[in-house]
Write a protein of this length. Structure first.
Length: 98
């Protein structure tokens, strides 16, 4: 709580990073999603390659992050250095779906 102010009673900020896989690691999609009070307001989607604003609240965040080219390259690389990397580690422990 900044400057002694109290957060709203039902305030909730959530960040969710997820990897979607099709045919193992043949096609991988990475998403980094941000929520405020259960409403998604901005997301990075590797299929798009940049942040996308979903509400007015997310517009400034998306514009700021998208203006940082080095940061965007790091986010795009998450498909390989986060998703595929973790898939290779975890696949031997997970029961394959049939």
């Amino acid at each position: 709580v900044a400057a002694g102010r109290h957060a709203p009673k039902h305030f909730l900020f959530q960040r969710n990073s997820e990897c979607d896989f099709v045919n193992g690691t043949q096609h991988v999609r990475y998403m980094d999603r941000y929520f405020y009070n259960r409403e998604e307001f901005v997301r990075f989607d590797s299929a798009v390659g940049e942040y996308v604003a979903l509400t007015e609240l997310g517009r400034r965040a998306a514009e700021g992050w998208n203006s940082q080219k080095d940061y965007l390259e790091q986010k795009r690389a998450r498909v390989d250095n986060y998703c595929r990397h973790n898939y290779e580690i975890l696949e031997r422990f997970l029961v394959p779906r049939r």
